[in-house]
Ligand binder design. Structure first.
Ligand code: ATP
Ligand code: MG
Length: 357
């Protein structure tokens, strides 16, 4: 039985472990702050559930193992500066950007990128944290503590946001999941819907873009690409070299989930084209206390992470998969009554997305 160590022990690690079991692959999420070092054997494999990690005895031990897949990719994508350079090098459309160094002024930014620009910390930002808007109309300046720490990119007036997840094996064989429409509120993924027939014309383009990245990096495993749609164009927002929240619906809605695809690629088990079982919806549970009644909703598949509930924290998600959308809407309407009021607009967004095809 092959053994795969996973750097990190959050919910993504747990879901990877869960998905590896039927493959007869032992996946072991590792707490990076543990004082106990993993007992690594020479033919074990190493992957990660996060793109950035501090130097600890555990992360050093894992990173020194010769079978840490994609090791060189993590640092490159975890730094938005080198990630943007990579996108430019591969000729992939992304929001025009500049490095925020000592010399650039807010006026330079407005003249080069337009009147609305978004500074993003080079590393460590997530869920909308580590971002700062520069708005010419308000005369926003660049605070000193953002210099040499950030990039700045043009504010994109996008029509909507979506993401694609793909997987590649050691021989370069690739499979992709359908484009997933996403709702980001305050920079946090809140809901997603896939597959939508009206997004089908964009699928080939999205696969080509992510495929270029996977091949260009000689990547093995699952990678996610978040995009903005502007008219018929896709613009890459950001990349994640790991399993991703936008494809959690694949647990219920695809013959091979993104977690299983990643573990297959890492452990060298053959990949297969994921068959999508129906129309899929995922709702993220953000700072929401666990409610047993969720499990009684027909068609609902709640997944609880077992974490302490704190405001805004991702503590679980609920997916629905249906062959037709009528029962799906019934389930969503039931769920709406059980979630805090702020979810009203989230469920409405999902139902609108379904109605729009
Ligand atoms: P994640 O948690 O997915 O890693 P993040 O906080 O690291 O996200 P981004 O995905 O870059 O950061 O940005 C979060 C959200 O901010 C996006 O989903 C989008 O809604 C908005 N956003 C980001 N970049 C731009 C842009 N250039 N123009 C307009 N809106 C943007
Ligand atoms: Mg993002």
């Amino acid at each position: 039985m092959s053994k795969v160590w996973i750097l990190g022990h959050g919910q993504l690690g747990s879901m990877l472990k869960h998905a590896a079991m039927p493959l007869a692959v032992e996946a072991i999420p590792v707490d990076i702050d543990s004082e106990q070092l993993p007992e690594l054997a020479a033919d074990d494999l190493v992957t990660a559930e996060r793109e950035l990690w501090p130097d600890t005895p555990v992360t050093q031990a894992l990173a020194n193992h010769p079978n840490f897949l994609n090791l060189h990719v993590f640092g490159r994508l975890a730094d938005r500066y080198t990630q943007k350079q990579l996108l430019d090098d591969l000729g992939l459309a992304t929001s025009p950007w500049l490095l925020v160094d000592d010399t650039v002024s807010a006026d330079d930014v407005y003249s080069k990128l337009g009147e609305r620009a978004l500074m993003k910390r080079r590393t460590g930002g997530y869920d909308g944290r580590g971002q700062y808007w520069l708005k010419q109309a308000e005369g926003t300046q660049i605070p000193d503590d953002w210099r040499n720490e950030a990039i700045v990119e043009k504010g994109i007036a996008f029509d909507e946001e979506m993401a694609i997840v793909g997987v590649r094996d050691r021989e370069g064989k690739k499979f992709f999941y359908p484009l997933t429409l996403t709702l980001q509120l305050g920079g946090v993924l809140t809901a997603s819907v896939a597959p939508l027939p009206r997004l089908k014309p964009l699928q080939a383009k999205a696969e080509e873009m992510l495929g270029k990245l996977l091949d260009g990096l000689d990547y093995v495993g699952v990678m996610a690409m978040e995009c903005f749609r502007v008219g018929d164009e896709l613009i890459v927002n950001e990349l994640a070299p790991r399993v991703h929240n936008t494809a959690h619906w694949t647990q219920a809605g695809a013959s091979v989930s993104q977690f299983e695809s990643h573990m297959r690629a890492v452990a060298g088990v053959p990949l297969a084209q994921p068959q999508v079982k129906g129309l899929n919806v995922m709702i993220n549970l953000l700072g929401t206390p666990r409610d047993e009644r969720w499990w009684a909703i027909s068609g609902a598949e709640p997944y609880w992470y077992g974490k302490e509930v704190r405001e805004g924290r991702k503590v679980g998600h609920i997916t629905f998969t249906h062959s037709g959308d009528k029962r799906l809407i019934q389930g969503l309407d039931e769920l709406k009554l059980l979630l805090p009021e702020r979810y009203g607009r989230v469920i409405d967004w999902v139902e609108d997305a379904l109605a729009g095809g």
